[in-house]
Design a protein around this ligand. Structure first.
Ligand code: DX5
Ligand code: ZN
Length: 226
């Protein structure tokens, strides 16, 4: 199946001392989404970015801000991230007791709603909210850190979710996050992903390499999918 592949660089791998510049650089290099990894040191063992940083970065790019919330609870912060300029708010089902309510809140804020599935989280956990989601994010590493190795069982999960999305008849993006590089990009695209998050593989080599890195990720899939 040939589809339109989007690349979402994770700024977790950017130079944090020059984040605005880094966001402008990946925008110019062809990024489709700006992927922002929000971690609370509780849901995942790392601390990163809050709404203040999202707000500060917003003027640096008109691209879609794809905000991945690895925080628990997420509900008290949805408004703040929406106000800061997030376009997509993605949550994990384990982060709160009422996924349906969380998705309702995101939609009521006028934002796209995403659900992220950890490596051990079954695809069935979103079966009853398919009518509410705009994006499904398959974690191909355990969330918390960049630079980890791709977990191959994500491929089967992507295939199953692609089938569920087709059956739903809805326009739902299927995103994959973790260990996506020039080797695995083709595999995830063939399995049905249409948004590839890439931190290490985008930022490797510094700004002069960003455009080539992004193009390679996008094309790697096209070659294998052809
Ligand atoms: C992991 C994050 C990812 C991560 C990806 O918890 O959600 O977005 O930054 O990094 P790479 O592409 O280096 O695996
Ligand atoms: Zn992420």
């Amino acid at each position: 199946m040939s589809h339109n592949i989007k690349i979402a660089p994770s700024i977790l791998s950017a130079d944090f001392a020059a984040l605005g510049e880094e966001v402008r650089a990946i925008d110019a290099a062809g990024a489709d989404f700006i992927h922002v990894d929000v971690m609370d040191g509780h849901f995942v063992p790392n601390l990163t970015i809050g709404p203040g940083v999202v707000n500060a970065l917003r003027p640096h790019s008109d691209k879609i801000f794809d905000v991945h919330l690895m925080i628990s609870p997420a509900d008290p912060y949805l408004q703040a991230f929406a106000d800061a300029g997030a376009d997509i708010l993605t949550v994990h089902p384990e982060a709160g007791p009422h996924l349906h309510r969380t998705l309702q809140t995101i939609k009521s804020l006028g934002k796209k709603a995403g659900v992220s599935l950890n490596p051990a989280t079954p695809v069935d956990s979103i079966a009853h909210v398919m009518d509410m989601v705009d994006l499904i994010l398959v974690m191909s590493v355990n969330p918390g850190f960049g630079g980890q190795s791709f977990i191959p069982s994500a491929l089967d999960k992507l295939r199953r979710l692609r089938t569920m999305i087709e059956a739903s008849g809805r326009d739902i993006l299927l995103e994959v996050d973790g260990g996506v590089d020039r080797t695995t990009a083709g595999q995830v695209i063939t399995a049905g992903a249409d948004v590839l998050v890439a931190g290490t593989a985008t930022f490797r080599g510094g700004p002069a390499a960003y455009a080539e890195n992004i193009t390679a990720l996008r094309q790697g899939g096209k070659v294998l999918a052809a």
